[in-house]
Design a protein. Structure first.
Length: 82
């Protein structure tokens, strides 16, 4: 994966994950304090959680949205049925 973001001249790009630094994430099942106001009330969606008081949004730590072929619905099932 690192090869896809390296350039031949050795320059790093802005989307390099190693340059992002600390990322706040919402962890289900734990006490999550809002980095904006410090409160703990959250509206949790599929991909993010939003603070119920100030509206700060955080990405979810465990979304299950990783891996290749995530949205692949299994073309082989159609082939087996025919």
């Amino acid at each position: 994966m690192l090869r896809s973001i390296e350039s031949p001249s050795g320059k790093r790009f802005a989307h390099d994950p190693s340059l992002r630094g600390f990322q706040m994430l919402y962890h289900p099942g734990e006490v999550n304090r809002c980095p904006g106001c410090g409160r703990t009330h959250w509206y949790v969606g599929r991909l993010s959680a939003e603070c119920g008081f100030c509206g700060t949004a955080l990405a979810l730590a465990d979304t299950g949205m990783t891996g290749s072929g995530l949205f692949f619905r299994g073309q082989h099932r159609l082939a087996e049925a025919a």
